[in-house]
Design a protein around this ligand. Sequence first.
Ligand code: CA
Length: 221
Amino acid sequence: MRVLLIEDDKMIGQNLKAALAREGISVDWVRTASDGEEALANGGHGLVLLDLGLPGRSGIDLLKMARQAGNRTPVLIVTARDGLDDRVAGLDVGADDYIVKPFETRELLARMRAVLRRQAGAAQSLLVAGELALDLETHEVTYRGTTVLLPAREFALMQALAERPGAILSRARIEENIYGWGEEVESNAVDVLIHSIRKKFDKDIVRNVRGAGWMIPRGET
Ligand code: CA
């Protein structure tokens, strides 16, 4: 998954980016509200981490405008302990949850999962698509009775496909989901990941649609 981080504090931004990278989450980090606005408009992020105290324009304004423009990306507010009014205002203009600084990465990850679950309308951290089940918490994937713990990138790829069963995702779309901005991506990176996933399960786990991309089938009806 790709996360958009809008945070002006250099130290917090660097720490967050590194902590999330260890979990296999790509972070696109911007430090001003206007860069955040542009990144939001471009889309492609599964979740936004939004600091409210930004120079120039506040995070609240940014969020309010994004929601008014129809942007529905889940937003988790990152806020200072004394920012009760900000938190309330943030939730009122469309944030999905908030976390108070300083926080442990574990709590942030749990809140991110909770927000994503709520958005997916699921009751637990399990993403089910056709014959596939992905545990968003443990990164275990089950297919036709085989359960394997996948490395971060392979899991991110399967998650991108499983979130849209039946839809064909192009190479560019998949890369956008699993790599951050400015990350060096080998031209055959997606093929290598898919080859590795197929070896662990079965060739059928991901379908190749010639010239278009890849998909996983919807469940049988
Ligand atoms: Ca700040």
